[in-house]
Design a protein around this ligand. Structure first.
Ligand code: URA
Length: 199
């Protein structure tokens, strides 16, 4: 089976779409290969493009703060995006870019096999819901609901929440956001049964 490093190595020389021509750095993902929870965003922004790491700008600062509020550090989880290169001027990803680049995310998930997948915003939610054959309507309708699917021989929980940039833009969403993170904290505590639980 391939490792996360194999996938990252491939991303670091990817030329599947034109975004590699305008990017500064590839932004493959960061965190723990054995993470129980994976956070998926849309695409790198300006700061991420400059630093080669996801969620390091203003939205990332809020994400890191929210993680800390449930006792998690960035290194405890895995953080990545649907696209690994920044779209010029942060324009929306095109369907072609999502199709080509999304394959890396699918493979990253297949290696990590997380118990919980958190979709940050509409783009990530659309991609992940589609991947797990869940119906996506709008982010405000699915937001905060926990979906349970079978994958990798176990139950996997999927939750979509607002993108942290949306919460920065609309501070009135902050309180609700904190509650959604509390829920994510609870999901992380719900341990998968292991063989030892049956002995
Ligand atoms: N927004 C995203 O969706 N991803 C990042 O990495 C940064 C901002």
């Amino acid at each position: 089976m391939e490792s996360l490093q194999d996938i990252i190595k491939e991303i670091m020389s990817c030329k599947k779409c034109d975004l590699h021509k305008t990017k500064t750095n590839y932004v493959p993902g960061v965190g723990n290969e054995k993470a129980e929870v994976v956070f998926v965003g849309e695409a790198p922004g300006r700061d991420e493009d400059l630093q080669g790491e996801p969620f390091v700008g203003a939205a990332g600062k809020l994400l890191t703060e929210m993680l800390a509020s449930i006792g998690l550090r960035r290194g405890d989880v895995y953080i990545t995006n649907v696209l690994k290169c920044r779209p010029p001027n942060n324009r929306d990803p095109t369907p072609e870019e999502v199709e080509k680049c999304g394959d890396y995310l699918v493979r990253q998930l297949d290696v990590i096999r997380p118990n919980v997948i958190v979709c940050l915003g509409r783009f990530a939610a659309q991609f992940i819901f589609n991947l797990f054959s869940l119906e996506f309507t709008t982010i405000s309708r699915v937001k905060g609901k926990v979906y349970e699917v079978e994958r990798w021989g176990k139950k996997v929980r999927i939750i979509a929440i607002y993108h942290p940039a949306a919460v920065l833009y609309r501070p009135q969403l902050r309180e609700e956001y904190e509650k959604d993170f509390q829920k994510i904290g609870e999901l992380c505590k719900k341990k998968q049964p292991t063989l030892f639980d049956y002995l």
